[in-house]
Design a protein around this ligand. Structure first.
Ligand code: FAD
Ligand code: FES
Length: 312
């Protein structure tokens, strides 16, 4: 299977009769690891992450979609340093990219700033320490612990969350030009964005991956329950979209197995065409200039009028 460091694999399961599709970033790196690895952290109450942790065992066969994702390192002559910013399971694509860069880009220095609740909860702690020893001149790790107190800042352990003072101090210490890769909750992304804007004045070297869509309740003020017509594989379905649910979420609830993967508006697997009425996409983190006027990502689409007719 061909993939790039930083991309993800979409796993498909049938649980209690319903099809569930979830993307998981590769934690292995192509050409370096002999196995194809994904790393799944339990989300409290989450259907698939708990199913995988509780029931999946060696030799099980899992249906997957082909690897996709644009959270990858694009090689260029000028980059001197890459900083990876991660929290919790956000380490997975970063870990893959770190291994790839250390192996394939011999001149680039790498810094990983990695937030966790405690030392015990760090995914890949042992592996990261081993890589640190193997590349002492090129790879530095800074651990932040939000629920544990450390006093040894000298050894790159910090108490609290990754913060703007740290970002700005690090930016003064490292060789530029720098590229930044962020994977973690919205709070982390905002901290990095704001700090870089302050010290760099732009965000053109910042790349991020979202594991979850963030919805702002303000965006739903003029959205109400609406009945829509949804044409899927030539069959017309009349379904009610309850306020707050996307067209994809509601269709899946009703057993209409629309295609999807990321559910964050990045992959286009759920792209549909609006034939009548008005819809709005909510929660898109990256601008999607590739969509035509009538094309909508149904994982982020909400009907605004009572005459919406969509086909996929
Ligand atoms: C591109 C991409 C790559 C990803 N890579 C990884 C990975 O490498 N490792 C990994 O463990 N996960 C990864 N995820 C998240 C993963 O796809 C699932 O969303 C996650 O495992 C939860 O699925 P679930 O079925 O257990 O939870 P669901 O049943 O879908 O959700 C249950 C509840 O948890 C909330 N929730 C959903 N996802 C998260 C989350 N990530 N953190 C906190 N709360 C959440 C939901 O809002 C919901 O309220 C990735 C997501 C994307 C979009
Ligand atoms: S499922 Fe990826 S864009 Fe909608």
């Amino acid at each position: 299977m061909k993939y790039l460091a930083g991309q993800y694999l979409t796993l498909q399961f049938r649980i209690n009769g319903r099809r569930y599709v979830r993307p998981y970033s590769f934690s292995s790196a192509p050409g370096i690891d002999s196995t194809l690895d994904v790393t799944v952290r339990r989300v409290p109450g989450g259907i698939v992450s708990n199913y995988i942790n509780d029931f999946i065992k060696a030799d099980d066969v899992i249906e997957v979609q082909e690897p996709i994702g644009d959270f990858v390192f694009e090689s260029d002559e000028s980059t001197k340093t890459v900083v990876f910013w991660g929290v919790g399971s956000g380490i997975t694509p970063l870990f893959s990219m770190i291994k790839h860069l250390l192996f394939a880009e011999s001149l680039i220095k790498i810094h990983l700033v990695y937030g966790n609740k405690s030392k015990k909860s760090i995914i890949f702690h042992h592996e990261l320490e081993k890589i640190k020893l193997a590349y002492p001149e090129r790879f530095k790790v800074y651990y932040f612990y939000s629920k544990e107190v450390f006093f040894d800042d000298e050894s790159h352990n910090f108490t609290g969350r990754i913060n703007s003072i740290f970002v700005q101090e690090l930016m003064q210490k490292i060789e530029h030009p720098v590229k930044h890769y962020v994977c973690g909750p919205i709070g982390l992304k905002n901290t990095i964005k704001e700090s870089l804007l302050e010290c760099e004045g732009h965000l053109k070297n910042l790349f991020s991956e979202d594991f979850e869509i963030v919805k702002n309740p303000e965006d739903f003020k003029d959205i109400f329950d609406q009945e829509i017509r949804l044409d899927f594989q030539g069959i017309e379905n009349k379904i009610t979209i309850n306020k707050g649910n996307s067209i994809l979420e509601e269709a899946l609830e009703l057993g209409i197995e629309l295609p999807y993967s990321c559910q964050t508006g990045n992959c286009s697997t759920c792209k549909g065409r609006l034939l009548s009425g008005k819809m709005r996409m909510i929660g898109l983190e990256k601008p999607r200039t590739d969509l035509t006027e009538n094309e909508y990502l149904l994982c982020c689409s909400y009907p605004l009028t009572d005459n919406v007719y969509v086909e996929i």
